[in-house]
Design a protein around this ligand. Structure first.
Ligand SMILES: *[C@@H]1O[C@H](CO)[C@@H](O)[C@H](O)[C@H]1NC(C)=O
Length: 496
């Protein structure tokens, strides 16, 4: 409906000015032609200069990471550089429904830390009290029947969910710096919530989150909206300002679809833009998250969402067990969970991509870092008919060449070695059928497990963002590979 109004507006405007001023139109067309002509020149120039990279020389590996460690113990409290924000300053608001509660509470149990995390689950109706131990306090949202809601596709529950932050701001909790919203199928890595929020001054107005992976969704809703499932954060003073105006604000947008677009509408009225933090993941996709997770951007992993819709992130496990498995090891080095490092086995001519705490992939041949850090499309678009142009970031296809199918090793166990002060993870090969490859080179299929050692690095996000470096160690056993992951040293680059 909004679109057709738009079109009328423009055609009216064009019609009037056309009859009024023909010369202006000639000038306009002339300058357009000129712009086209000069940009064409630019493009030609660029393509002449672009492709002089040479793919020679050998990979340079880092020296042992022992010398440059930031922290000795993985039990450090997460505190911060400038604002000393801690977990106790953050209040989570979880939007839940009584109908799905029994299933969805399994996800909350995975990340919630009783006595440490603060927050409230907001439900539409009371639920049975049993089995809710170790979960946040439950409250029933205020009655929203007086608010108008006219969207045909959506549901009225959007109204009550959109009011969660305001309702929490009215509870008068002490020492709150941030309210963080999430759905009942959102999983937070709480240490990383702290890390990300502590970059910002909680005494000012901040609206922090991330748009969708789906370009189509972002066109439909907005690129400047924090998607509710990925979770978002509102600083305390902003929540107080919101609380004063939100009920009137909601009245002005009866046609919107959800709770998060209503929130964004009120943020826009307050003049507060979205601060984008791409570690919040709405995950508006279907299928296998592997391609996305294994090439995570260089930023802390804050949240995962739509876990009921995508495949379990570890194959062969239930969805909530797979999350538990990931979070168990992430405790040892939460700052580095999912962080990708790229290295090469020079002798065997393999490319190796490590996503710490999750997966190691070995590929035959030398593939450049710029390719390896681009997510492969192991997943499908939210709108199933949309093709690869429907994402809001770059992706690459899954290679169909039989020699280029990656060998995938999923994290099995991770432990902390108190003597060497490093984590040791054992990653085992995923037994998927591997097609026959005719290349005359060693097959990664001989390797059953990969041992990844890494020192925890709790302060890595207080420095400029950078990937870790990895290095392959010689191994006496053909079936085991040893990899160390750590800070890059001076002069470390991942040359091909
Ligand atoms: C909400 O309020 C309306 C009237 O304002 C009332 O009819 C309705 O029963 C209330 N709903 C609940 C769940 O209390």
């Amino acid at each position: 409906m909004a679109m057709s109004q738009h079109r009328t507006f423009w055609s009216l405007g064009l019609g009037i000015s056309f009859t009024r001023n023909l010369i202006t139109w000639f000038l306009l067309i002339f300058s357009l032609l000129y712009i086209l002509y000069s940009s064409n020149l630019l493009l030609t120039n660029r393509s002449l200069n672009c492709c002089t990279t040479h793919l020679s020389s050998s990979p340079q590996f880092l020296p042992d990471s022992n010398s440059k460690s930031n922290s000795n113990s993985f039990t450090t409290t997460i505190t911060t550089r400038r604002f000393d924000t801690e977990l106790k300053h953050i209040v989570f608001g979880i939007a839940a429904s009584s109908k799905l509660w029994e299933r969805r509470k399994q996800y909350i149990k995975q990340w919630w830390r009783p006595t440490k995390t603060r927050g409230v689950v907001w439900l539409d109706k009371p639920v049975r009290g049993r089995g809710n131990e170790g979960l946040p306090e439950i409250r029933i949202s205020g009655n929203t029947s007086k608010f108008p809601y006219t969207n045909r596709q959506g549901s009225r529950s959007a109204l009550r969910i959109s009011r969660v932050v305001s309702e929490m701001a009215r509870l008068g909790m002490e020492d709150v710096r941030w309210f963080v919203m999430g759905d009942d199928d959102t999983v937070f890595v709480v240490d990383n919530v702290v890390r990300v929020l502590s970059k910002y001054d909680h005494r000012e107005f901040y609206y922090v989150g991330s748009p969708s992976e789906s370009h189509v969704q972002n066109i439909f809703f907005s690129y400047t909206m924090a998607y509710g499932g990925g979770g978002f954060a509102i600083s305390y003073p902003l929540a107080k300002a919101l609380e004063k105006m939100q009920d009137q604000c909601i009245h002005r947008y009866p046609g919107l679809y959800g709770s998060d677009d209503r929130m964004q509408a009120c943020m826009a009225e307050l003049g507060v833009p979205l601060t984008r933090e791409v570690g919040f993941h709405q995950y508006d996709v279907h299928g296998n998250l592997l391609g996305l997770l294994a090439a995570h951007p260089v930023t802390p992993l804050v949240s995962l969402h739509h876990l009921d819709i995508v495949d379990p992130i570890f194959p062969g496990m239930s969805r909530s067990r797979a999350i538990q498995h990931l979070l168990e090891s992430s405790i040892l080095d939460s700052a580095s969970i999912m962080q990708q490092s790229i290295c090469y086995d020079r002798n065997r001519e393999w490319s190796i991509s490590v996503s710490w705490g999750y997966v190691v992939q070995i590929l035959r041949g030398v593939i450049s870092p710029r390719e390896l850090e681009t997510p492969t499309r192991t997943f499908l678009n939210w709108y199933k008919r949309a093709d690869y142009t429907g994402y809001s970031f770059n992706t690459r296809p899954v290679s169909k060449h039989p020699c280029q199918k990656p060998y995938i090793f999923y994290m099995g166990t991770t432990q902390y070695d108190h003597v060497k002060k490093q984590t040791l993870g054992i990653y085992s090969r995923h037994r998927a059928r591997q097609p026959n490859c005719g290349w005359k080179m060693e097959s990664p299929g001989a390797i059953d497990s990969i041992i990844v050692v890494k020192r925890p690095d709790h302060l890595r996000w207080q420095k400029s963002p950078r990937k870790d470096c990895c290095r392959v160690f010689p191994s006496s056993k053909r079936s085991t590979m040893y990899i160390s992951v750590g800070n890059c040293q001076d002069g470390d680059i991942r040359e091909l």
